[in-house]
Ligand binder design. Sequence first.
Ligand SMILES: [Zn+2]
Ligand SMILES: [Zn+2]
Length: 248
Amino acid sequence: MRHVLIELCDDLAQRSDQRVSIMAVGGVDAVRRIRAGEAFDFAVLAADAIDDLVLDWSDVRRLCGQAADLLRRADFLEPDVEARALACLRDAHGLPVALRRWFDLDAAADAGAAQVWTFGLRPYLTRAAAALLPRLAAAEWQRATCLVCGGDAEFAAWSGGERRLVCGRCAAQWSFDPSRCPHCLDANAASRQSFSDPSRLYRVEACTQCRRYVKGLDEDRAGRTVLVAYDPIATIPLDAAAAQLGFE
Ligand SMILES: [Zn+2]
Ligand SMILES: [Zn+2]
């Protein structure tokens, strides 16, 4: 699709004096911006991307059920939210609707149950992202949302002055300006507040503008690359420390 667009733009530029710019944005992000009234001359939307995922529904139900149980036992899930999630898992018609709302970042999605769906669908989204990433222009992507699925970053990896963000849904990784807050995009160094765990391998960079933070691994110190199934869980104490300082 991108090649076709570039050819069409070149052709238009030769026939007229009009310059055309192509902007790559994630489908979910694009839909949100278009709905908010932003003017695009021409948009190609990969709508309903979640419908293309081949899901084993009994496996998805089992994974979501296990996630709800673990999250509840770790006090990350309120009993009423767990009850809603479990009721949804038993509802053959309701579950696909709830998962689509969650994936599309729909305002009607149950925000509490989101972490249950995240764990349940992660193996599927991770496989899909690993297959798609080599075909995407990841180096051109300079946005804070995931270039594959439009999700938010849940983790970061610092390496040699660069920072990669790791998607909290599909585990895709992409470079993002290390001086910018990935939540509010503020680039003022005075708004950054950072602290490390005792090993100094992991650190939190918080933003005093939006009161949100991103935690991550210092790969240079660790001598390894980020382990997406391990590092976010190993750093749960840093989440507690950030919450105590009033960041979310
Ligand atoms: Zn993603
Ligand atoms: Zn911020």
